[in-house]
Write a protein that binds this ligand. Sequence first.
Ligand code: C2E
Ligand code: MG
Ligand code: MG
Length: 639
Amino acid sequence: MSATTRDALRAALLYLLLSVVWLGFSGYLLNSFFDSSTERLQWQLINGYAWVVLSAGLIFFARARLLRCLGIDVQLRERLAEREHLRQAAAVFDCTREGVLVTNDKGLIVHVNRAFMDITGYQREEVMGQPPSLFKSGRHPPAFYQAMFGTLSSNDEWSGEIWNRRKSGEIYPQWQTIRILRDDQGQVSQYVAVFSDISAIKNSEHELTHLAHHDPLTDLPNRLLFTDRAEQALASAQTHKRGCALLLIDLDHFKMINDSLGHTMGDQLLKAVADRLRAMFGPGITLARLGGDEFAVLAESCPQLVHAAALAQKILDGLKEPFHLDGNQLFINASVGISLFPGDALSAEQLLHNADSALFKAKSAGRDNYALYTEELTAQAQQRVETAFELRRALEQKELRVYYQPVYDFKTRRLVGVEALVRWEHPQRGLVSPAEFIPIAERTGLIAEIDAWVMREACQQMCEWQQAGVALSFVAVNVSSRLFARRELYQQVAQVLRDTGLDPAYLEIEVTESAVMDDPEVALEQMHRLRELGVRLAIDDFGTGYSSLLRLKRLPVQKLKIDQGFVAGLPWDEDDAAIVRVIIALAQSMGMQVHAEGIEQVEQAVFLVEHDCDLGQGYWFGRPVPAEKLQWKHTPVIR
Ligand code: C2E
Ligand code: MG
Ligand code: MG
């Protein structure tokens, strides 16, 4: 029993005793009033008064003491409960796995708990008096914090996911609740933040998502993820007006491997195939395993079907190399079905469906092959891929030739120059026209090698002619627009000139009008650099490329070559005649030479002479021929 309780009990007993004694004595006094003599009564009255006063005082005192004791006890009880409560809160505060951080009204840290130190790696002393911005990860934009403080000031509470930085520098996600504590006047007194480290949850979430979207055997995206990515890629391709290709790959006779060597070996082979395919592709290509022995490839930028076909060929060739597994050497072929966006389909689902039909076609056509969804495209693409392949071989085997076509000066009627034109001496197909293989060379990137080779041959030939005393004022070479846009062209030309020793003034570079006008700024820079080398520049096929006259005027060009399409109609087609007249006048007004090509008839030559055209080239003067067959002495007779 506590001292206070004892006090209270004692006070209560005293109070009770006094009350009983007072009651008893008062009764006795009252009784004695009725049977007492006057003298006695007087004495009794005095005694009675004294007694009443004394006992009332004692009772009052005892009662006050009792009340005081009882009052004190209640307060103490309250205080004790409060202390217990605080002790519990402190234990919770320190034992909780959640980090707790308290700041004062100025936002400076005044309290942290043990979990805070465990999670953040900071010791208490290191953070006291610091602002919580110390833990900022830099991952959230300022708008995030603005929104957070906005919610805090309106609701006094904010909860959400936030990325912070540990002392080690590692950034991690935490789930945080911040609450504002206000004083009796409603002023902010403290901020309390309670947070838990959710990196583990995030990781397992991530693992779960990974599992849901990947094939466990090969770790490649599965059908779900592939379709999703394909949809996204198609949406972006649509916006950027890009072509995409979806390829379905199916291993030929894979079942045989499973049946004969067992499923473990089958699985190993699938993994090896996945690894090999993965190594073939760079960014912009998504590879997935759709199930069984079926893989899918999405090429996000596939402007031409020939690219898709080349990709399919690359896959087929890449899988042909044997696989070495557990001491076994395994050979496997595949079939590929190709479907193109937007040509064949507009949705990922439809593309997959079409690629599947194409795959079926490839399988029916004997496997180890690819097929496009559209049949005629398959044949075309196959031929182009074959041509590209052969062209590479042609370069190595030196099957390319340079032919020269004479260019005549209308004034002097003399041969003044030649245009170098490439030919392919195909072992089976004979002489192949550049019109057939140049576009393929451009798409496959071989054009750079071809043009460089032609330029070198032409410059060497020109040097030989000069040594033999043939007086030509230029040899013209064509440079593809693909090459013209590259900065290396300038270095390449300089290198050829250095190696062959040809005076740059004798080399004329022809570039098509469209190449110049497609990217006029780059073209302008390129042309200036080439001019610095001292070579001459001509715009080929002029009249077909929508030239801006203003831009044309700025170009450092010495010659315009009228496209043969306009020359063909001369002199009878009025439109052609008018255009040719305008081009001649334009070239003259800009101080350029004008050169007409594709002259097949004397009437055309006469028209051009009459309209003051400077130079002429065409079958009527002479066809492109090997260097040794050029006729130097030939002087064309134009009326
Ligand atoms: P281009 O530069 O406009 O060459 C003129 C084309 O017209 C040549 O065709 C030439 O044989 C042809 N031609 C010349 N006179 C006549 C004629 O009187 N009538 C007709 N119908 N045609 C005539 P080719 O040699 O087949 O070359 C076609 C195009 O291929 C060339 O047009 C040029 O753009 C390109 N090309 C040729 N050689 C090369 C090269 O080494 N590099 C690059 N990048 N392109 C080349
Ligand atoms: Mg040309
Ligand atoms: Mg031309």
